[in-house]
Each structure stands twice: as structure tokens, then as C-alpha cells.
Design a protein around this ligand. Structure first.
Ligand SMILES: Cc1cc2nc3c(=O)[nH]c(=O)nc-3n(C[C@H](O)[C@H](O)[C@H](O)COP(=O)(O)O)c2cc1C
Length: 370
């Protein structure tokens, strides 16, 4: 039984017919040169338009915000124009689509940076991770990440205005709203977590200071899009890209309480049982307590993602743990996922070898159920 997933729910001005959302999924197939969506990308999203809400793959707000090969941008008019074909296709098929806005911070490489400079971060601390770059032969290869440079306060202000412009561009591209990516060890998460932020100015030190950049970004994006068209994604206790916080209950409790200032479309949390794309068998046992705490603190709609199957998703909604569930890998492999869940049909299996980069294989050729 999956009845709980098939009750309508409102987010901002939108009435969703059910609660099976598509999680943001980087697929590294943007058109080159220029990191612009293609007709194939538009087709991929159209195939998945039966989602209650599509959240696009993470989309860089500036050249500086890019950290991986072939990810799309939303900082110039060519990209706005190209994204419009995506929103048009999804709308024609009856869907709703928010764009995930992304700045990777230190998880980048000079080959993406303006002037081949160093990637930026709250503090000059290295990332215990790798990124995916294009080599001289045009092939994608994994690469170590250099020690980043710490941002000045003036440079931080420029990033806030890049977010605002990106939100404006997303709406101009026909998006129904935007999701601010504040998780998975990227820039906003690097500011939030105590182990990646050693600043001693207004953006580091206390919880209030570490949360400041996220809240400034939310304020700027809300000014552009209206709170009811803005969602925020957080990964409390996530360990991807070396994240860690000394007092996660206090840090994320403060942030969620502060986000209540705006009537946002939704808050989106990722279960820490999934680190990046890998199941973490040793996830922090405090998670169940923290999610209950954040659920009680948050006044709006709560979306959860991470390792859900139809039964556990339905249980999460039925029990009140979440209002909506975002599916990542299951939606990647099943363009008609809501119908399959509702009718109890078998699911296609995702193929990790085609997750990032490549052509139509493993992208638009997963079949719908006959
Ligand atoms: C191929 C792939 C790409 C992903 N890209 C993003 C992304 O762009 N932004 C993001 O916030 N999370 C991203 N994630 C994380 C997913 O949104 C989701 O949280 C994760 O896959 C766990 O959900 P699942 O178990 O339903 O797949 C990605 C995951 C995968 C597998």
C-alpha cells in the first residue's frame, strides 16, 4: 500500500497531485561549449514530468561555482535560452520544475576557474575528495583538488549577488522555482560546518556566523523569486566531501529555526544513511533524533531524500516523518516512477556506469512500463 504518497500536497502556490518528487541528479551531459542544456536533456526531464516536482540537476550560478565537467550553468543568456526548452517540455507534459542553484566552493579545479585560479572556500583547507575534470584529450578524468583560497568579505558579497542573478535567470528560463543547494559539502555547507570554516570574521566562528552566508543567500533569492518559490536543501550530519560539525543539533537547529523567517516552498533534508551515492553503514545514530528535532522546529513542508523505496517512502509520509519524498536513483532509472509505485509495478535498476557523462545510454533509454 502506498496510499499516503498519493495524497495531494501544496508547496507555495502549487498543488501537487502526489508526493513522489524527483531529487536533483547531476548527469554531466550539458551541451558544449558553454554548459548549455540540449534537446536530449529536455527530453530526459520531459520523460520524468509525472514527478510531483522535478528538482533539476545542480546548476552552477557562475563559472567560479563549477566543479565538475559538463554540468550546466545559469549565468548567461545562452543558458537561459537553452533551459527554456527544458521548462517548456516539462510544462507541456504537465510537470512542475525547480532549478537547483549550485556553487561548489572548494570542490573544484583551476581548469574550471576564471583565469585558472584557485577554487574558493571559507578557509584555505583542502578537500578530502576528488572532482571530475576534462583532460587535454577531452576525456573526463578524476582529479585531486588543490588547497582553495579563502574568500574576502567583498568576494562573499559578489557570490550572494550571483545567487540572486541566477534565481532571476532561472525564472526567466521558465522555472517554477529554485532550490538552494546548501548540502553535500559544497560552498554553503562549507561555511556551515565547523570543520571546514575557520574564519574569525562575521562568516565564521559562532553558529550564527557560520549560518550567515546561507541566510544572506536565501534573503537575496527570496527577494527575486518570492519565498513561496524557494526551497532549501540541507544535509545535516552528512559526511560527503569531508563535512563534519561539532554540534550538529545546535547548528542545524539554529538554521532551520532561522529559515522559518520566510514562508519557503519547502525544506529538503537528505538522510545521512547515504553519503554521496554510497550507503553509509556507519551513519550517525543521532540522526533519527535530529530529524525529529528539525521536523518539530520547521513550520513548513518537509521533503526527505536518501535511500527510500516505495514502502519506506510511504511509511515516512504516513508516520509524519516527511511530507514529500524525493527519489534520486529510482527516478533516474524509472521515468514513470510515480505510476510504478502507485500500481506496484517492478522497477528498472539504475546503472552507475552511466550516471555521469556520456550519451543517451543510461539517460533517456530507461523504458517506461508498457
Ligand atoms: C547520479 C547522482 C547525481 C546526484 N546529483 C546531485 C545534485 O546535483 N544535487 C544534489 O543535491 N544531490 C545530488 N545527488 C544526491 C541525490 O539527490 C540523492 O540525495 C541521493 O541519490 C540519495 O537518494 P536516492 O537513494 O533516492 O538515490 C546525486 C545522486 C546521484 C546518484
Amino acid at each position: 500500500m502506498t496510499d499516503a504518497l498519493f495524497q495531494p500536497v501544496a508547496i507555495g502556490p502549487y498543488r501537487l497531485p502526489h508526493r513522489v518528487a524527483m531529487a536533483p541528479l547531476t548527469r554531466s551531459r550539458a551541451g558544449q561549449p558553454g554548459d548549455v542544456p540540449t534537446a536530449m536533456n529536455a527530453h530526459y526531464y520531459r520523460q520524468r514530468a509525472s514527478a510531483a516536482l522535478i528538482i533539476t540537476e545542480a546548476t552552477q550560478i557562475s563559472p567560479q561555482g563549477q566543479g565538475y565537467a559538463w554540468t550546466p550553468g545559469i549565468y548567461n543568456q545562452d543558458q537561459v535560452h537553452a533551459w527554456r526548452q527544458v521548462s517548456t517540455q516539462v510544462h507541456e507534459a504537465g510537470g512542475l520544475i525547480f532549478m537547483q542553484l549550485w556553487h561548489v566552493g572548494r570542490v573544484s579545479h583551476p581548469s574550471f576557474q576564471p583565469g585558472n585560479g584557485l577554487p574558493v572556500a571559507p578557509s584555505a583547507l583542502p578537500v578530502p575528495g576528488k572532482t571530475f575534470i576534462v583532460d587535454e584529450q577531452g576525456q573526463g578524468v578524476w582529479s585531486d583538488v588543490p588547497v582553495p583560497r579563502a574568500l574576502t568579505t567583498e568576494q562573499i558579497a559578489e557570490i550572494v549577488s550571483d545567487y540572486r542573478q541566477a534565481a532571476r535567470n532561472a525564472l526567466a528560463a521558465g522555472m517554477d522555482g529554485v532550490e538552494i543547494h546548501a548540502g553535500n559539502g559544497y560552498l554553503l555547507d562549507q561555511f556551515i560546518n565547523s570543520n571546514s570554516n575557520q574564519r574569525q570574521d562575521a562568516y565564521g566562528g559562532s553558529i550564527e556566523h557560520r549560518a550567515r552566508l546561507l541566510l544572506e543567500v536565501v534573503e537575496a533569492v527570496v527577494a527575486e523569486a518570492g519565498a513561496e518559490r524557494v526551497g532549501v536543501r540541507l544535509t545535516p550530519m552528512g559526511r560527503f566531501m569531508g563535512m563534519g560539525d561539532e554540534t550538529p543539533e545546535a547548528t542545524f537547529g539554529y538554521i532551520v529555526q532561522a529559515l522559518n523567517r520566510w514562508p519557503l516552498a519547502y525544506l529538503h533534508l537528505v538522510e545521512p544513511a547515504v553519503v554521496g551515492t554510497v550507503k553509509d553503514e556507519n551513519f550517525d545514530p543521532r540522526w533519527d533524533a535530529i530529524i525529529a528535532q528539525l521536523r518539530a522546529t520547521w513550520h513548513g513542508v518537509l521533503m526527505l531524500a536518501g535511500g527510500y523505496d516505495p514502502a519506506t517512502a510511504n511509511q515516512a509520509v504516513a508516520s509524519g516523518r516527511a511530507d514529500l519524498i524525493a527519489f534520486g536513483r529510482p527516478f533516474l532509472a524509472n521515468p514513470d516512477l510515480p505510476r510504478r509505485i502507485r500500481e506496484g509495478l517492478a522497477l528498472n535498476t539504475p546503472d552507475p556506469s552511466t550516471f555521469f557523462g556520456g550519451d543517451q545510454r543510461g539517460y533517456v533509454d530507461y523504458p517506461s512500463h508498457p
